[in-house]
Design a protein around this ligand. Structure first.
Ligand code: NAP
Length: 538
């Protein structure tokens, strides 16, 4: 079993013990007292560290990390080793002491002292703590990683080996998993930074000795470290094992995606109970990054990578990769030229576009039917293309309004070229005439009104112009953060029917979930979770 360890870096023993009690309550198995600040070489500070080991509510690691390896201790090594000797020979020693391999390499005298203080095959006193021999690189994967690891393997005083370095891409996690597969004794192998989160969540899948999880986002001791709540509640860390299938959301950025929340809850819902986990998979925007990373995830022999939601800016990249690799592309994704879903089927990889059908279903619920309805689509980007294609497929008459006229005309030509014979039509219309459009529904596919977007306070239809919108019209905003955009607020003020972007998000996620698992998620689950999260974010 992979242990959940909460690192605690405080100035006082009392605060550290209080934090350890909280970590225990939240489900940690182990705490790491980082005494870099507490220990100053004085007898009082040694006593404080001994007290931590004695009174700890959970088994503990004690670590005094030097600034050379990302810690805060700047004192002499021999004082630090004296602390470890005191802890090693104490009546109530900690379960583990962590020391860097680079420190032991600097002096055979220090190495000898540490060897006497810890438990190892030639050490008869079993009550001694075990040594975690560690190496850290906060900048990169060390060029001499393999040489240093074999030196660590050769040291029989180390009970556990720890390797942590900054992952430069998702691919670095795969090397960490391969190191775990080759381990000859318990090992911690973790990637730091946003790309390394995968190694922290999936440690139980690959037999990692422990993973670190902070009590609070402000208390992380290494970049990219998740919180205990995230690991336990969001990623269901305790349920992850060697056979767990891995799914995720591919995009840039993905840190604030709602998708892990809904899909992980779905996997663990009664009646589904899938042995699966869903994680953020950040891939930088360029096609080369996307292609290289996605293919190694798909091909890794032990990752059990089984599917992904693919979001900005990679939806077109996914369709392109599927064409290059000869994967199955659903006809709608083929015509749109963009896909948001990748799934491993028994016959191979398949890609689909659930945005388009989700948008059409959302509008259909509000309008009753779509055939022969006049609908204004605003924007000419990826979402507008998916929405317009799905509406034309359903027989609607679409007027496409976009700030840049040439893009609107190009999109209209593309949609016409791929029309499926559903009886729909599409025309490009002048953007400045939008407010006078004689349409029954208006769909915003621009980022206007989006938190963090180019114009969060703006609406594609200025509030004053709502007088010209026919009574009974439906206003659909694909933007879902915030839930109530300026466009939707103005529509509500004029008693118009609204459809929000959360509805589209939830429907596309539910369709993906069916493709991932073969099950429908419990009715209303995704909607409730997404809306709660969006309301909390306000
Ligand atoms: P995109 O490809 O970047 O296209 C953006 C479109 O918005 C372009 O046509 C652009 O016009 C127009 N635009 C941008 N800024 C504008 C401004 N200040 N005034 C007028 N028009 C402006 O984006 P996308 O991928 O289509 O995404 C659009 C929105 O869809 C996102 O903001 C997101 O909130 C939403 N979305 C929702 C879901 C969901 O599930 N609900 C899923 C994905 C996306 P030009 O051609 O003139 O540049």
């Amino acid at each position: 079993m992979t242990l959940l360890c909460t690192p605690i870096l405080t100035d006082t023993a009392d605060a550290a013990l209080r934090a350890a009690a909280l970590a225990k309550m939240k489900g940690a198995d182990l705490v790491e007292y980082r005494v870099d600040r507490l220990f100053d070489g004085s007898p009082d500070s040694i006593d404080a560290c001994l007290r931590l080991a004695k009174d700890s509510p959970l088994p503990c690691i004690v670590t005094c990390r030097t600034s050379r390896e990302g810690g805060e201790y700047d004192g002499p090594d021999d004082e630090r080793v004296a602390l470890y000797e005191a802890l090693g020979t104490a009546e109530h020693p900690p379960r583990y002491l962590d020391l860097e391999q680079s420190t032991l390499d600097r002096s055979s005298n220090l190495r000898q002292k540490i060897r006497l203080a810890v438990h190892h095959p030639a050490q008869l006193r079993e009550s001694r703590p075990s040594l975690i021999l560690s190496m850290h690189d906060f900048d990169r994967r060390p060029a001499d990683l393999i040489r240093r690891l074999s030196a660590m393997h050769a040291d029989d005083s180390a009970a556990v080996l720890k390797v942590a370095y900054r992952a430069r891409s998702l691919r670095d996690n795969l090397e960490l998993f391969d190191l775990l597969a080759l381990r000859s004794r318990p090992m911690i192998a973790l990637g730091m930074g946003e790309f390394g989160l995968m190694s922290r969540i999936l440690a139980p899948k690959f037999g990692g000795f422990l993973t670190f999880a902070s009590l609070h986002p402000s208390e992380v001791t290494a970049p990219g470290q998740p919180t205990l709540d995230e690991l336990v509640d969001l990623y269901r860390f305790r349920a992850i094992g060697p056979a767990t299938r891995v799914y995720g959301v591919v995009g840039w950025p993905v840190a604030h995606s709602l998708s892990p929340l809904v899909h992980n809850a779905g996997f663990h819902a009664p009646g589904v109970e899938a042995d699966a986990v869903y994680i953020p998979l950040p891939i930088p925007p360029e096609w080369e990054h996307f292609k290289a990373t996605l293919l190694v995830l798909c091909d890794h022999p032990r990752l059990d990578f089984s599917g992904a939601s693919v979001t900005l800016p990679h939806k077109e990249h996914l369709a392109r990769l599927a064409r290059e690799e000869g994967w199955t592309i659903d006809p709608l994704a083929e015509r749109i030229g963009a896909a948001n879903t990748l799934v491993r089927a028994s016959s191979g990889w398949k890609v689909a576009n659930t945005d388009a059908t989700a948008a059409a279903e959302s509008l259909q619920r509000a309008m009753g039917w779509l055939k022969n309805r006049r609908i204004a689509v605003i924007g000419a980007g990826g979402v507008a293309r998916a929405v317009a294609t799905a509406l034309v497929d359903q027989g609607a008459t679409v007027a496409l309004y976009n700030r840049t006229k040439g893009r609107a005309e190009a999109l209209v030509a593309e949609v016409r070229a791929g029309m499926s014979g559903g009886g729909g039509q599409i025309v490009a219309a002048p953007y400045e005439k939008l407010c006078g459009a004689c349409c029954e529904a208006f769909v915003n596919c621009t980022p206007l009104g989006m938190t963090g977007g180019p114009a969060p306070g703006e609406s594609p239809i200025p509030p004053a112009e709502f007088e010209n919108i026919p009574h009974g019209s439906v206003i659909f905003d694909t933007v879902y953060n915030p839930l109530r955009t300026p466009l939707l607020n103005a529509a509500l003020d004029h008693n118009l029917t609204i459809v929000d972007g959360a509805e589209m998000f939830v429907r596309q996620a539910e369709q993906q979930f069916r493709l991932f698992t073969g099950h429908a998620p419990p009715s209303g689950l995704f909607d409730r979770l997404a809306r709660e999260k969006l309301r909390d974010a306000r």
